[in-house]
Design a protein around this ligand. Structure first.
Ligand code: SIN
Ligand code: CO
Length: 372
């Protein structure tokens, strides 16, 4: 099916020809889109402890970066031009943002990170830079001029509090209005400057480095590995230097370490836990007066259930992972759990055998009774 979001390309064709390969401008990707919140509502979010926010001021070679939470008075002091307020993970606090993000589920959930929103006054920008991730930049209210470049010179300005390219060679330029969207693969340099009061929604992705994955996997191995044996030297010979680590000792240690083995099964177990783990700054809010199991079952079985927007539910084979924890459901529970993982909600009636698990997730703040 053709997706208006992708300018008439099917998701399969977008993935084949565009994703991770080249920029794409899509006029009217979300027809009628005017944004999800007002600048005032965004400023309120930037005052919250549990919301990650940044304020970027300046231009050229002079930049200032401040981290939230902010106070209302901080915003009253700002000039009329050249600043940008950024709020991260809008999808965690605004159901409409979670719904917008779900339009991008032609990309695996394990790759999806969050929806960030920026509000900029005229001339406001985060500077010419590049990101290491793919990004969809959807314009809400107002207009932003985007300039892009596939330059290979990625040298950064010294001493700036954020990543600003020292040189920027414009190759293409467009002014985006409400509903227009620009897709950029990693490392394409871009520079977006607000033409008027403007809000931009960025769909960001996760792409761990080899080093991050390897460190994570080594930690996983450390937690799960059991190995037999202990250092032993019945053939010990007299050494000229008691202080020396002998070749025989090194050889034995090497052989012991070589007992560390892993299979695809270990990799799957690690990947599921790692990729479903919420970011370290994510905290769940369990319901203040949780319903007991019977009341929960009655209501959930009428309305269905939805994952909390902060929850990450993934699966591989018959193994499921939610927020860093693993479990293997009974075979007849798998289709319902797969549907919940894919659509992030599950319509009633709920399989009876899953209700106890769902009640536990509800008590942890991971899952909710679906809104009508
Ligand atoms: C912005 O919305 O101002 C910045 C988004 C980006 O460049 O990735
Ligand atoms: Co960027």
């Amino acid at each position: 099916m053709k997706n208006p979001l992708l300018g008439g390309l099917t998701p399969a064709r977008f993935l084949r020809e565009v994703w991770h390969k080249r920029p794409l401008l899509i006029r009217n990707a979300v027809p009628g889109f005017e944004g999800l919140l007002s600048p005032a509502e965004m400023q309120q979010l930037a005052c919250r402890e549990d919301v990650e926010s940044r304020l970027i001021q300046g231009g050229g070679t002079r930049w200032q970066l401040d981290h939230g939470p902010f106070r209302k008075a901080d915003f009253r002091r700002l000039p009329k031009t050249e600043w940008t307020l950024l709020v991260q993970s809008l999808n965690h606090v605004l159901p409409e943002a979670d719904a917008l993000l779900s339009r991008f589920d032609f990309i695996p959930h394990a790759r999806l990170d969050d929806l960030m929103v920026s509000y900029a006054v005229p001339g406001g920008s985060v500077g010419p830079h590049f990101d290491s991730y793919d990004v969809f930049l959807l314009q809400g209210r107002g207009h932003r001029r985007w300039q892009i470049s596939t330059q290979t010179d990625l040298a950064l300005l010294d001493g700036a509090p954020l990543k600003i390219l020292r040189r920027f060679e414009i190759e293409d330029e467009w002014v985006l209005g409400p509903g227009d969207m620009l897709y950029l693969p990693p490392h394409v340099a871009h520079y977006g400057v607000a033409e008027d009061d403007c809000m931009t929604y960025s769909v960001g992705f996760r792409a761990p480095t080899t080093e991050e994955l390897a460190h994570g996997f080594l930690m996983h191995l450390q937690d799960t590995l059991t190995l037999e044996g202990r250092y032993a030297d019945p053939d010990l010979r007299l050494q000229a230097h008691p202080g020396q680590i002998s070749r025989a000792m090194l050889a034995q240690i090497e052989a012991m370490i070589a007992k560390i083995k892993w299979s695809r099964h270990d990799v799957a177990e690690f990947a599921g836990r790692y990729l479903s783990e919420p970011k370290p700054n994510v905290f769940f809010d369990p319901p203040e007066a949780p319903l007991g199991r019977a009341a929960f079952n009655r209501l959930a079985n009428k309305a269905g259930v939805a994952l909390n927007p902060k929850s990450r539910l993934l699966f591989t084979g018959g193994r499921f992972f939610i927020n860093g924890e693993a479990f293997t459901p009974a075979a007849d529970e798998v289709p319902a759990l797969q549907a919940l993982a894919d659509q992030r909600r599950l319509a009633a009636p709920l399989p009876a055998s899953l209700r106890e698990r769902f009640h536990e997730w509800y008590e942890a703040g991971w899952l909710e009774i679906d809104a009508p």
